[in-house]
Design a protein around this ligand. Structure first.
Ligand code: FAD
Length: 403
């Protein structure tokens, strides 16, 4: 900074696109960059380009509320998200990059006896899969979250399910860390390059049309969260996805207030505190379909009400800023990592509002699929055809709540 921000060595190159690559990944978000990193590191495939229409970190990877956890219920989901959690735990060593991985715990509150049963069942399912989970009673909750309204709450707090290994990770550092690591192994990261179409002949992909010309590719992987339906439509595919805005909020910085992640079980509200002191919180998606990366006032009011119902102490804290990102909501709340009917075209999509925590495993499994043409065992359930066969992984509203 003393040199006026000049003379810095860029963390990754700005290469011109080559005429052809072995693999082109569309979308330089967390999932696309992680895929490129694991293609290079695990599979030794480095003739790879990540093509991004904007800038690295400008999409959802830089817009989310940074929560990571693996507290899922269903067999198709739990091993995948636990694989992701283990990769988070070794991420900084792997990338040699400080991503501020903070295992401060995730506490999901319950407010009725029926909800206690459901959370106990989820915790038991997690433990059967080797994932840490514990049920907290009210005295323990009062100790760790004294600011909750235990006395006059509209929905009395009866306890919580906690995953201690869950927590937060600095989201844009994840994008930058993966980008730097992939670039260091020879991957080309091409920013300001929008994919505008696909060249397909006799049912096989030949490459992508972009705003910087045609780029040939033996294989193309789509990782364009928030725009998956629009991009896939250019290849003639109609996806079982609809897109909604999700908003996030940060307050002014305050002294240490909450040292874990906490989610409201009777409304849409969840909260943590950043290292700068801001309260980071969010709630429900905006109700209608949209590709505009901004939300609306009624949802802000709904989220604020949720917060006030849970912890009235935050009522006088000022909101500093808020923003929106576009969520590709799959119809069962679970993602898709699969081949498509076009030979050589692969799909990574449908992350709903919970894809940040999945970033490492998504990249790991998509790289495996692209490199070997076979699904990775922990992502084998994420098939595109499950919406036709009915083999859904219907975990929406249970494990896949916003965050
Ligand atoms: P992105 O970063 O959006 O990457 C996709 C990229 O594709 C974008 O950069 C986009 O520009 C690019 N692209 C699109 N079209 C084209 C094209 N035609 N050509 C080239 N490039 C293209 N998840 C959690 O697990 N925990 C949370 O706490 C959490 N909170 C959230 C809060 C908010 C407000 C939001 C918006 C999301 C939240 N999520 C959370 C969800 C999570 O952020 C996403 O599921 C995840 O980031 C999506 O994957 P990505 O990082 O690859 O997406």
């Amino acid at each position: 900074a003393l040199r006026g921000h000049t003379g810095w060595k860029p963390a990754w190159r700005e290469p011109e696109p080559k005429a052809e690559y072995d693999i082109v990944i569309v979308g330089g978000g967390g999932h696309g960059l992680a895929t490129a990193h694991y293609l290079a590191r695990v599979h030794g495939i480095t003739n790879v380009a990540v093509v991004e229409k904007g800038w690295i970190g400008g999409g959802n990877v830089g817009r989310n509320t940074t929560i990571v956890r693996s507290n899922y219920l269903l067999p198709g989901n739990t091993p995948f998200y636990e694989h992701s959690m283990k990769l988070w735990e070794e991420l900084e060593q792997d990338l040699n990059y400080n991503a501020m991985v903070s295992q401060r715990g995730v506490v999901n509150l319950f407010h009725s006896d029926g909800q206690r049963d459901a959370y106990a069942r989820r915790g038991n399912a997690m433990r059967l899969h080797g994932v840490d989970a514990e049920l907290l009673d009210v005295p323990e909750l009062k100790r760790i979250l004294p600011m909750l309204d235990f006395d006059n709450a509209r929905f009395p707090i009866k306890g919580a399910l906690r995953q201690r290994r869950g927590g937060t990770v600095r989201h844009d550092a994840v994008a930058w860390g993966y980008a730097r690591a992939a670039d260091g192994r020879g991957v080309d990261i091409i920013q300001n390059c929008e994919v505008t179409g696909f060249r397909i002949e006799a049912g096989r992909i030949l490459g992508v049309e972009t705003t910087r010309g045609f780029i040939g590719a033996k294989k193309v992987g789509l990782a364009c969260a928030g725009n998956s339906s629009r991009v896939a439509a250019m290849a003639g595919l109609r996806l079982p996805i609809e897109s909604h805005a999700l908003q996030a909020f940060v307050s002014e910085g305050i002294k240490p207030f909450i040292d874990t992640v906490c989610t409201f079980g009777a409304g849409h509200f969840y909260i943590s505190q950043s290292d700068k002191g801001g309260l980071v919180f969010g709630g429900d998606i905006d109700g209608y379909n949209s590709y505009a990366q901004r939300g609306n006032l009624p949802t802000i009011e709904d989220v604020a009400e949720g917060g006030m119902a849970l912890m009235p102490a935050i009522g006088r804290v000022k909101l500093l800023r808020h923003w929106g990102g576009i969520m590709d909501m799959s119809m069962d709340g679970s993602p898709i990592i699969d081949r498509t009917p076009v030979a050589g075209l692969y799909l990574n999509a449908g992350w709903c509002y919970g894809g940040f925590k999945a970033t490492p495993a998504s990249g790991w499994c998509f790289a495996h699929l692209l490199a070997t043409d076979a699904p990775h065992e922990v992502a084998a359930a994420y098939r595109l055809d499950r919406f036709a066969t009915g083999r859904l992984i219907d975990e929406k509203g249970v494990g896949a709540q916003p965050n």
